[in-house]
Every structure is written in structure tokens, then in C-alpha cells.
Design a protein around this ligand. Structure first.
Ligand code: AKB
Length: 317
């Protein structure tokens, strides 16, 4: 039985990952780590332990790891790509100084650590189509710089100290539960809210801009199954390309229109978001993840759209 700490448990991925881990390992075995001002509520609060954990304050990590004899940490503390461009120092402090603290505690208390990377770890010189697992990574965003550093530092702690670090490069994650904030791929969540509310969607990303995206259940499955994978089969660790669908705004719009034919979308391109999107892959090659730990997604654009619209109709109407 594992004892798990999720850092950033009230964020977009953390809120659902914590509940999924509690289903799997038992409520009392999964601690929701949150920062003051982002306390858990509802099921997340009721179903299991919650503690203040601020990655920038190493003692808050250490005391929770000691108190609950934690052996696995999911470190989800980060600023997303757009907001990191306006707060680069904070993005570094949380993403890298915070990771350093997590890895130091993991080294001392022999914890395994999952810290996600992202499609944002790639840059304009990266091959955009079927982006290979091992390729050039020269991002020009602070988010990307922190993600490449995350990959390198996590591998360093594995090679130098034997800390069991593992990671995936997440695409844009789509979910109906907790909205993302400050990302380049957020439009692919916002569009569903507009469609269900019956409002016109103003798309900040231009027609023809392809990016990898993933439905939350597949993202959760990826993180958990990688951490459960047989380590002897892992050639790579930090970090694996994972993919399930790649689309441009006109594709997701068309998928929604099959269910809501009078839905309208117009383009009003945001130059920052567009330049970030243009520097990211169109679609990644995830064959190493498939081979080394049997990664296999379930959802495609059509099945995700059906599920998203059903869930948001229940939530909003
Ligand atoms: C973002 O858009 O910043 C994130 C990501 C792809 O890492 N969703």
C-alpha cells in the first residue's frame, strides 16, 4: 500500500488526480497538499486528509512526508504557460526552486516523485510533426524553460541519488471539473463552456493551429500507470511523450457543432498565445511510452466531446 502526497491538489489536474488516487489506494492514504488561499472543498475536503504544502517552503513538505510516512509524491505545483510569461521569477521559484525542495525531501525520505513536463518543453526548432521522444528542446517561454529544467533535474536525481523520478509531457488537458488557468491550451476547455451556455465563442488561437490535447481520464491514467510501471522496463524517465488527439480550433468547433448545430465561433487571435502555440508540436510521437509502460489512451475528439457536453450540461443547466 502506498502513502501518497499530491502537491497542488486543488488545481486542474490535482483535484481529479487526488480523488482518483483515493479510489485506488484508499482515502486515508492520499494527502491533498494545498497552499493557503486554495483550500480544498466539497468531496476533496471531506474524503481524506489535507495539509498545507507550499513547495517553496521545504519544511512544509518535510513535515507532511514525515507525519504520513509518504512514499510517493505527485508534484503538480506550477504556473501555466501564459501566466508564467507575466511572472517569470515566480514561475521559476515554484517550478524549479520548489522542485529542488521536493527532490531533496524525496532523497532524504526515499519517496518516488512524479513531476509533469509538457508539450511546452519543446520550442520552434523542434520537429513539429510526430515530435520524437528524444529531440531538440529549445523553448522560448519561461514555462518551457522550467519544464526542460524539470526533466533534467529529475533525471539528475535519479542518476545521481537513485530517487525514483518519473514524468510525462502532458498535452493540453481538457476536463469539466476544475477549469485550468493561464494556459495556451485553455481555449479547448473554454469552448465547451460557451457551447453549453449558448454563447458565441471568441477563439484566441488561429485556424489551422494544431496542438496535442488529452481528456482528463486519460491524463490521470497516464500519471498513475507510469508511477505503477515496472522500473526495469523504463528506458526513459523524465519525460515521456504521451498523446491521444491533436486538433486545431476548427476541428473541435466542428465536433461540438455535431451536437449543438447553432453554436457560433469567431477568431480574435491573442498574439502571445498564438506565438506560444506556434512554437509547440502539432502532434507528438508517443511510441516510447506505449512500448515501455503500455501507455494507451481511450478517448478521441468525438468521444471526449460527447462526454464533456454531457457533464457540462449536468453541471451548468
Ligand atoms: C498550457 O497551455 O500552458 C498547459 C500545457 C500544455 O502545458 N496546458
Amino acid at each position: 500500500m502506498r502513502n501518497i502526497l499530491v502537491i497542488g491538489a486543488t488545481g486542474q489536474i490535482g483535484s481529479e488526480l487526488t480523488m482518483e488516487l483515493r479510489k485506488r489506494y484508499g482515502n486515508l492514504h492520499v494527502v491533498a497538499g494545498y497552499i493557503p488561499g486554495a483550500a480544498p472543498d466539497g468531496d476533496l475536503k471531506e474524503s481524506g486528509p489535507a495539509e498545507i504544502v507550499d513547495v517553496t517552503e521545504v519544511h512544509t513538505i518535510e513535515s507532511v512526508v514525515k507525519k504520513y510516512t509518504i512514499d510517493t509524491i505527485y508534484n503538480l505545483a506550477a504556473l501555466l504557460s501564459v501566466v508564467a510569461e507575466s511572472k517569470p521569477a515566480l514561475a521559476w521559484k515554484i517550478g524549479i526552486d520548489g522542485l529542488w525542495n521536493v527532490l531533496e525531501v524525496a532523497r532524504a525520505y526515499r519517496c518516488a516523485v512524479f513531476t509533469p513536463s509538457s508539450i511546452g518543453s519543446f520550442g520552434p526548432e523542434t520537429p513539429h510533426v510526430m515530435t520524437p521522444q528524444d529531440t531538440i528542446q529549445r523553448p522560448r517561454t519561461m514555462y518551457g524553460v522550467t519544464k526542460v529544467t524539470t526533466e533534467l533535474l529529475s533525471d539528475y536525481y535519479f542518476n545521481k541519488y537513485g530517487v525514483d523520478t518519473r514524468s510525462v509531457r502532458f498535452p493540453g488537458i481538457i476536463s469539466s471539473v476544475t477549469p485550468p488557468g493561464g494556459g495556451t491550451t485553455d481555449y479547448a476547455v473554454d469552448i465547451y463552456y460557451s457551447a453549453v451556455k449558448g454563447s458565441r465563442f471568441v477563439c484566441p488561437i488561429s485556424e489551422g493551429t494544431y496542438m496535442d490535447m488529452m481528456y482528463m481520464p486519460d491524463a490521470l491514467h497516464a500519471a498513475i500507470s507510469l508511477m505503477e510501471a515496472d522500473p526495469s522496463k523504463l528506458v526513459h524517465r523524465n519525460s515521456f511523450n504521451i498523446a491521444s488527439m491533436s486538433f486545431a480550433p476548427e476541428n473541435i468547433y466542428a465536433a461540438i457543432c455535431k451536437h449543438i448545430p447553432d453554436f457560433r465561433m469567431v477568431y480574435e487571435v491573442d498574439p502571445l498565445k498564438q506565438s506560444i502555440a506556434d512554437s509547440w508540436p502539432d502532434a507528438m510521437d508517443d511510441s516510447c511510452a506505449r512500448k515501455e509502460w503500455n501507455w494507451q489512451p481511450v478517448y478521441n475528439l468525438e468521444s471526449m466531446t460527447e462526454d464533456m457536453l454531457r457533464n457540462l450540461q449536468n453541471k451548468l443547466l
